[in-house]
Design a protein around this ligand. Structure first.
Ligand code: HEC
Ligand code: HEC
Ligand code: HEC
Length: 105
């Protein structure tokens, strides 16, 4: 009996740690365009830190598979994909040369 309590206690105290270790949504996704530095999209920043809902992006803007769309800047500057929010209103503008390296690193 005492042992059972102990096991419960141990499991409960680790539960928050497990929740923390679990990746958010699709995790970090790295895109590697040919003629630009790579771009890391962080689900954690968008969902946990910025409070965006899954349905804000899935399936209106993106499918739930990496590489489901061929993204390129000419579409993004017209408001598609990342440019749906990164337009200078909801978030920093994809068209502003000062912002390129916020995504391309
Ligand atoms: C700000 C936009 C955004 C939000 C919010 C978002 N996602 Fe995503 N998600 C993406 C993008 C971008 C991709 C990649 C799509 C592509 O490459 O075509 C993706 C891909 C995925 C993938 C596939 C990953 C892979 O490796 O193939 C899963 C699973 C996923 N998302 C789950 C979620 C879940 C669950 C939530 C809510 C907790 C969520 N997403 C919220 C943008 C978002
Ligand atoms: C909100 C994030 C973001 C910002 C800001 C951004 N990009 Fe991109 N860029 C991307 C993503 C995502 C891709 C597509 C990667 C892939 O799928 O291969 C891309 C692709 C590219 C490509 C590959 C060819 C093409 O036309 O798509 C070039 C070149 C590029 N970006 C240049 C720029 C320049 C220059 C700026 C600043 C004026 C900029 N990017 C700002 C996210 C961004
Ligand atoms: C549904 C809206 C939405 C979409 C779609 C979206 N973002 Fe964002 N993103 C945001 C918001 C909101 C922030 C927080 C902006 C701020 O604090 O100025 C953000 C912040 C970021 C940041 C800065 C993270 C940091 O370190 O603070 C990067 C990089 C980024 N987004 C890349 C991307 C890329 C790449 C895509 C496309 C694959 C994308 N985002 C699509 C809403 C979006």
């Amino acid at each position: 009996m005492k042992k059972a309590f102990l096991i419960c206690f141990v499991l409960l105290s680790f539960a928050p740690l497990n929740a923390f270790a679990q990746k958010v949504g699709g995790g970090d996704l790295t895109f590697t365009p040919k003629n630009a530095h790579s771009v890391v999209f962080s689900h954690q920043i968008h969902v946990t830190v910025k409070g965006l809902k899954c349905s804000g992006c899935h399936y209106q803007v993106f499918q739930m598979t990496k590489g489901s769309y061929k993204m390129d800047m000419s579409k993004m500057t017209k408001g598609d994909f990342c440019g749906k929010c990164h337009n200078g209103q909801k978030s920093f503008d994809v068209k502003d040369p000062k912002n390129c390296d916020k995504c391309h690193k």
